[in-house]
Design a protein around this ligand. Structure first.
Ligand SMILES: [Zn+2]
Length: 201
């Protein structure tokens, strides 16, 4: 057990910060010191923001997104296209698509992907509500924006099977050459997929 360098409150702050993604003990100590030094301008506003988020954060009952309101900001936005549902594995994927401004549709967050080895089956994911939304009417297209991993694609196939005969068009993201990518650096699987998914110029 390393010797404490500060009182128990600050030590606790360091320990909690060290659990954040991308922060180890060393960077957590630096962050804690920075916060303590900026008590008025950073530490107190941050503490208030965290308390407020902790109080208000919830899952959207429609799409599974995380937000401080239910339905979430995106589901409640009347400018979104209600006929399109973009299915993602995680909220991080939703945020990535939003950053890119890639779609005007709404989302459905599965909360992971099917992974029998890890004991994750359909009942562990937000799939039943997706099928419910798809069959409730008014949906023209479901875009499966899941990861291009074996588990992601297995999940996509599973959902596609469930939606067969529903009259909803089911599409998936293209697999292939990334924007700015050089062919020589791509793996064999990506090259083969890119060749299969080629489009007219
Ligand atoms: Zn929502």
């Amino acid at each position: 057990m390393p010797q404490s360098i500060a009182g128990p409150e600050i030590e606790r702050l360091i320990q909690l910060l060290a659990r954040l993604p991308g922060l180890g003990p060393r960077s957590a100590r630096r962050a804690a010191l920075f916060l303590v030094k900026k008590k008025d301008t950073l530490l107190e506003p941050l503490a208030r923001a965290i308390a407020e988020v902790a109080e208000k954060v919830r899952l959207c009952s429609a799409c599974g997104n995380v937000d401080s309101c239910d339905p979430c900001t995106i589901c409640a936005d009347p400018r979104r296209d209600y006929a399109i549902i973009v299915v993602v594995e995680d909220v991080a994927d939703l945020w990535a698509l939003e950053r890119a401004g890639a779609t005007r549709g709404r989302y459905h967050v599965l909360g992971g992907c099917l992974s029998p080895l890890d004991g994750i089956g359909p009942d562990d994911l937000n799939i039943a509500t997706l099928i419910g939304r798809a069959k409730a009417g008014g949906i023209a297209e479901i875009i499966l924006a899941v990861n291009a991993t074996v588990e992601g694609q297995t999940t996509a196939h599973y959902i596609t099977d469930l939606l067969a005969g529903s009259g909803v068009k089911v599409t998936r993201l293209a697999h292939g050459v990334p924007v700015g990518g050089e062919l020589d650096y791509l793996d064999d699987g990506t090259l083969t997929e890119a060749m299969k998914s080629r489009t007219p110029f």
